[in-house]
Design a protein around this ligand. Structure first.
Ligand code: FUL
Length: 477
C-alpha cells in the first residue's frame, strides 16, 4: 500500500511538471545558442580602417595601389585597449571593403598588405588584431565585402570561389570569430582588373549564399552571420543608430535577401515571422564610416550617443558603434574621449537598480521582487493569461528617477505586443509610454521625476507574457 502511495505521489508530481511546462509553452521562433551568446554582448565596435583611410574615400574604385596603404603608427593594442575601456565586448574589422584591398596577406590575391610598405609587406593586420583582442579579452568579428571592385572576375563563378577561399582563410587562421558581416552593397561600376566597367549581379542568386553559410557553420560554428537577411542577425534598416519602436526579432527570413532595395520596410520585423533574427544597429561615431581629417570636429556629441544607446539597445537591438581609425593607425583622441564618456554614462546610470527593495504586486497578490532583478532571463513573473496583466510597483521610499527597463524571456519566444507604462505623480497616474514590443530589453527614458509608485500593464501579448527583468534608474546626465 505504501508503494502505491509513493507511486501516486510521483505520478501527481509528474502531472504538475507537465502542466507547469504547458503553462509556458515555447512560442516559436526562439534564439539559437549562438544568438543567445551574441545577444548578451549588446555593445561592440566596428572598425573601418583600410585603403579608404589613405585615399580619403568612403568607397574605393578598386584601382588603388597597395603602396598607398602606409600607416605610420599602427597599434592594434591601442584600439583594443580603448574599446575595452569603453565597455564594448568585441571588434568587427573591415578585412576587405568594396575596393578589394585585403588587410591580411591572402594567398589568393596580390591586392593586399603584402604589397604595401607597411612592415615592408610582412604585416598581417588581422593577426595583430586577433592578438590584441585576446590580450584585452575582446571578441573578434570579420567584415568581408561580397562586392569587390578590384577583382577581374567579379560577376563570374570564379569570383565566388575566390570569395569563399578568402573567407576560409579568415575563418581558419585567426582563432574564434564571433560574427561574420556581409554588406548589402553589391555590383556596379569598378576597376575589375582594368576592365573599368559596370557589372551588375543578380543579388538573389549570384552569391549562392546557402553554400557559403555552410562553410561558416563548419569552420566557426559559434559565429553569428550578419546580413540583410541574417542568417542570425539582420540589419536594422538604417545607418543612423535608431531601431524601430516596434521591433520583433521574428521575421519571414525567406522573403529577404542581401541588398534588397526596400529593406528598411522590414525594420520592425514581423509578429508572426518564422525565424528569430534580431536586429543590429550599426552607426558611425562620425559622419563617415572611414576616417577623414575634416571630420575631426564632427564626432557625435555625448547627448547624441546617449540617444542612440536608448534607441538601439533600448529597443531590442544591439549597438555596433563604428570607430574610423585614422591614417596613423590609431583611434583618434576625439573619438576615444567620447567613447569613454559614453561608457561613464552607461556605468553610472545602470549601476544601481532603484527598484530592488520595492513591493511587487500582480495576479492580485504580492510577490518577492528578487526574481526579476536578478539578471536571470529564466526567472519571470508567473502570469496566468495573455491580457491585461498589471504589475504594480511600490518603492521603499520616494526616488528621483528617469529610466525604466523591462525584459522578457525571449528564450521561450518574444510575446508582448502592447503595453502601457505609468507613474504616479501627485496622487494621479500619468502615462509615460504606450508602446508595442519589448524583447530582450526595452529602455524608457522620461523627465526626471520623484515617484513612489509605478505601474506596467501588458495590454496584449501573443501568449502569456514572461517578464523576466525590471529596472528603475536615475540617469547620470
Ligand atoms: C555600407 C557600406 O557600403 C559602407 O561603406 C559601410 O561599410 C557600411 C557599414 O555598410 O552599406
Amino acid at each position: 500500500c505504501e508503494k502505491i502511495i509513493v507511486m501516486k505521489k510521483y505520478f501527481l508530481l509528474f502531472l504538475l511538471i507537465i502542466s507547469c511546462n504547458n503553462e509556458y509553452d515555447t512560442i516559436k521562433p526562439v534564439p539559437t545558442e549562438r544568438q543567445k551568446i551574441w545577444q548578451e554582448m549588446e555593445y561592440y565596435a566596428f572598425i573601418h580602417f583600410n585603403m579608404n583611410t589613405f585615399t580619403n574615400m568612403e568607397w574605393g574604385y578598386g584601382d588603388e595601389s597597395p603602396s598607398t596603404f602606409n600607416p605610420s603608427e599602427l597599434d592594434t593594442d591601442q584600439w583594443a585597449r580603448t574599446i575595452k575601456e569603453s565597455g564594448m565586448k568585441g571588434i568587427i574589422i573591415t578585412a576587405k571593403h568594396h575596393d578589394g584591398f585585403s588587410l591580411w596577406p591572402s594567398k589568393f590575391t596580390d591586392h593586399s598588405v603584402k604589397n604595401s610598405p607597411w612592415k615592408n609587406g610582412k604585416g598581417d593586420l588581422i593577426k595583430d588584431l586577433e592578438k590584441s583582442c585576446n590580450k584585452y579579452n575582446l571578441k573578434l568579428g570579420i567584415y568581408l565585402s561580397p562586392w569587390d571592385r578590384n577583382h577581374p572576375e567579379y560577376g563570374t563563378q570564379n569570383y565566388i570561389t575566390y570569395f569563399r577561399n578568402q573567407l576560409t582563410e579568415l575563418l581558419t587562421n585567426y582563432g574564434e570569430i564571433f560574427e561574420v558581416w556581409f554588406d548589402g552593397a553589391n555590383g556596379g561600376s569598378g576597376y575589375y582588373g582594368g576592365a573599368n566597367e559596370v557589372r551588375k549581379v543578380d543579388k538573389k542568386t549570384y552569391y549562392d549564399w546557402p553554400n557559403t553559410h555552410k562553410i561558416i557553420r563548419k569552420l566557426q560554428p559559434n559565429a553569428v552571420i550578419f546580413s540583410d537577411a541574417g542568417l542570425d542577425v539582420r540589419w536594422v534598416g538604417n545607418e543612423k543608430g535608431y531601431a524601430s519602436k516596434t521591433t520583433w526579432s521574428n521575421i519571414y527570413r525567406d522573403s529577404l535577401y542581401g541588398g534588397m532595395p526596400d529593406y528598411y520596410k522590414f525594420s520592425s520585423g514581423q509578429e508572426f515571422g518564422t525565424h528569430f533574427i534580431p536586429t543590429e544597429t550599426d552607426v558611425s561615431i562620425r559622419p563617415g564610416w572611414y576616417y577623414h581629417p575634416e571630420e575631426d570636429d564632427k564626432v557625435k556629441s555625448l547627448d547624441k550617443l546617449i540617444d542612440i544607446y536608448f534607441n538601439s539597445i533600448g529597443l531590442n537591438s544591439s549597438l555596433l558603434l563604428n570607430i574610423p581609425v585614422d591614417k596613423r593607425g590609431l583611434i583618434h583622441e576625439n573619438d576615444a574621449q567620447r567613447m569613454l564618456e559614453l561608457n561613464q554614462f552607461i556605468k553610472n546610470t545602470f549601476k544601481n537598480n532603484l527598484i530592488k527593495k520595492s513591493n511587487l504586486f500582480f495576479n492580485n497578490k504580492s510577490h518577492p521582487i528578487n526574481k526579476i532583478v536578478d539578471r536571470d532571463i529564466d526567472t519571470f513573473c508567473p502570469f496566468k493569461s495573455n491580457e491585461n496583466n498589471i504589475i504594480d510597483i511600490s518603492l521603499d521610499t520616494e526616488k528621483l528617477v528617469d529610466v525604466f527597463e523591462i525584459s522578457e524571456n525571449i528564450n521561450l519566444g518574444q510575446r508582448i505586443k502592447e503595453f502601457i507604462f505609468e507613474i504616479k505623480v501627485n496622487e494621479k497616474w500619468v502615462t509615460i509610454e504606450k508602446g508595442t514590443t519589448i524583447g530582450i530589453k526595452r529602455l524608457i527614458k522620461f523627465k526626471p521625476t520623484i515617484i513612489k509608485e509605478l505601474r506596467f500593464t501588458i495590454v496584449d501579448s501573443k501568449d502569456i507574457p514572461l517578464v523576466s527583468e525590471l529596472g528603475l534608474y536615475k540617469s547620470s546626465k
